[in-house]
Design a protein around this ligand. Structure first.
Ligand code: AMP
Length: 178
């Protein structure tokens, strides 16, 4: 099922959240576990394709891993937020979630042209969010060298779609099915 059975066991599955038919993979239980959290961040840092200038985290759970990874990678953190939250001049992209639709944004001046960026989020499902983040980063002139996720739901196709977009994708835990 997954290369990291210990980490998978720390992730709680909540059926029918936030709506019927969704198996919500809840990482708050992994965050509560000191060893599990440390192991997750260390494994992500170890599989990073370096060097990177910035780690881009997607709101909100992606922020946790972006900041934790940026420190050992000697990189800064770039915030990709829900549209309307960032105070400066932003660029935005629309995307479809596994449930619903939304827009994400980043500060237009938050990365230098050619900056090497590692994109991070807690989970990739359909890939709508991460692909919109890659479009944003590329519009800003970044080179997206890799995308890392704690959890991949491979049957939803997001990781493969991101690879087709030309991004190297890694994840620690994989849950088959929806
Ligand atoms: P997607 O755009 O479909 O790849 O969805 C990714 C985003 O939605 C991530 O930020 C996840 O936190 C959240 N998400 C989507 N599906 C799930 C799920 N089944 N369990 C937990 N989080 C999910």
């Amino acid at each position: 099922m997954t290369a990291n059975p210990d980490l998978a066991a720390l992730i709680r599955t909540i059926p029918d959240f936030p709506r019927p038919g969704i198996q919500f993979r809840d990482i708050t239980t992994l965050l509560l576990d000191a060893q599990g959290l440390a192991m997750s961040v260390e494994s992500m840092a170890a599989s990073a394709i370096g060097p990177v200038d910035l780690v881009a985290g997607i709101e909100a759970r992606g922020f946790l891993f972006a900041a934790a990874l940026a420190i050992p990678l000697h990189a800064g953190v770039l915030l990709i937020r829900k549209d309307g939250k960032l105070p400066g001049v932003t660029i935005a992209e629309e995307y479809a979630l596994e449930y619903g639709e939304d827009r994400i944004a980043m500060h237009a001046d938050s990365c230098a042209p050619g900056a090497r960026v590692l994109l991070v989020d807690d989970l990739i499902a359909t890939g709508g969010t991460a692909r919109a983040a890659v479009r944003l980063l590329r519009r800003a002139g970044a080179e997206v060298v890799q995308a890392q996720f704690l959890v991949d739901l491979p049957d939803l196709g997001g990781a493969d779609a991101l690879r087709a977009d030309g991004v190297d994708v890694t994840s620690l835990v994989s849950f088959p099915g929806h």
